[in-house]
Design a protein around this ligand. Sequence first.
Ligand SMILES: Cc1ncc(COP(=O)(O)O)c(C=O)c1O
Ligand SMILES: N[C@@H](CCOP(=O)(O)O)C(=O)O
Length: 532
Amino acid sequence: MASSCLFNASVSSLNPKQDPIRRHRSSASLLRHRPVVVSCTSSAKTADGNNNSNVPIETAVKPRRTEDNIRDEARRHRSTAVNPFSARYVPFNAAPGSNEYYSLDEIVYRSRSGGLLDVEHDMEALKRFDGAYWRDLFDSRVGKSTWPYGSGVWSKKEWVLPEIDDDDIVSAFEGNSNLFWAERFGKKFLDMNDLWVKHCGISHTGSFKDLGMTVLVSQVNRLRKMKRPVVGVGCASTGDTSAALSAYCASAGIPSIVFLPANKISMAQLVQPIANGAFVLSIDTDFDGCMKLIREITAELPIYLANSLNSLRLEGQKTAAIEILQQFDWEVPDWVIVPGGNLGNIYAFYKGFKMCQELGLVDRIPRLVCAQAANANPLYLHYKSGWKDFKPMTASTTFASAIQIGDPVSIDRAVYALKKCNGIVEEATEEELMDAMAQADSTGMFICPHTGVALTALFKLRKQGVIAPTDRTVVVSTAHGLKFTQSKIDYHSKAIPDMACRFSNPPVEVKADFGAVMDVLRNYLGSNTLRS
Ligand SMILES: Cc1ncc(COP(=O)(O)O)c(C=O)c1O
Ligand SMILES: N[C@@H](CCOP(=O)(O)O)C(=O)O
């Protein structure tokens, strides 16, 4: 069996960069022949150089049977090897010697002391394979339609939910999002030549929430098959979490219930759960009020909590960090800037990078920057106080409406992550974030206001000389700009009180008359251009 495997014993010691033929074979040529990646038991090499015959390794290539769909295909080729990987819930940042843990099949969101939980992987089992092995394995799954590895999340399944049956997975092949070289924006506005935007919002429901929701809904699917008492899944939301939850639940036939702050989310976001058949409650409060309610309700009713308080979500979201490294061919960027609201994502990024370092895929991690809207900046104020004093606040209205959060549930996770990576917190006023969004759009992007918050942080850190012109920097774009068109319309029509809208580009109204059109065009292009 071992000899037919794509990853045989010699592969783990090979550097794919030094082996272009193998890289070519594992992508282009295999794709041409509609390959099926097949699990088998293999003699992959472990980190200590021994053969390990007890791990599912993927092999190529068997033609797909016409009567199979991709799930059937995966089932047909399911590995018979014992899965050596596992994960469980533990108290977040548990004291050394703590023996509190829970199976992922338990319905639990808080530790015994009321603190946050974290998903802990059996790192010793993962460490039995070296960094080269994991890099090769993850790289081999990109660009395929094999179930479930065609997903950017499930292509890292061993590090996410190692024990779930492939059959229980609910996936829209999320992830694998574009890492965009912001060449013109970097040069024109920041004098930077290595600036990148990770477009997590170019995704199934238009935000990074898909990455976490595929994991959470898959686990719920499993629990329901195990006859655990879960009648539905619920969340509080500023728009994106509810969109992702309702889409994944709809695709699995699971009821979803969403609590939305009335009149505080965009129309495009509101229509998503409505269209996907969720039970939508529009509640006369803000996000923090909705969050409080959903926590109370899920403690009373068998509704599974889908907010990032539930640490399962972060297991999916952390794959965006792994993906960034992978897209840079496992080179580590200097900075990663993430807009923060409920503050799960900044920890997810830290965790993804940290696992890659601990498991030998890379030798360092980037510095993280968390960017907040000045109107909803409890983390920023906490950072500025020297981490002394955390005070939840009532967040004010912001164009970055998805991060209008004053009492973030993951504050402890965010502080931990930022301290560990020598991170920074910045803030953006309404004018700054809207200007940054318009500037980015003027160079060909179409970003959301939250990404405008992150870009403002970048502007400030460049100006302060903290981020250098040649630093490789990644700005995480968290949602699709098309969800936030009203804010762009307001900006470009200069309809925002007390905002200069310096980069607005309003349409020119002109009569349906040749001469009138020529006049405005002459004016626009400059008479010299037209004469020549
Ligand atoms: C578009 C968008 N950006 C950023 C965030 C912030 O993510 P987090 O709550 O994990 O800090 C959210 C949600 O809160 C969001 O919907
Ligand atoms: N922006 C979020 C707010 C809730 O965050 P979560 O990650 O805890 O679900 C949203 O879109 O609802």
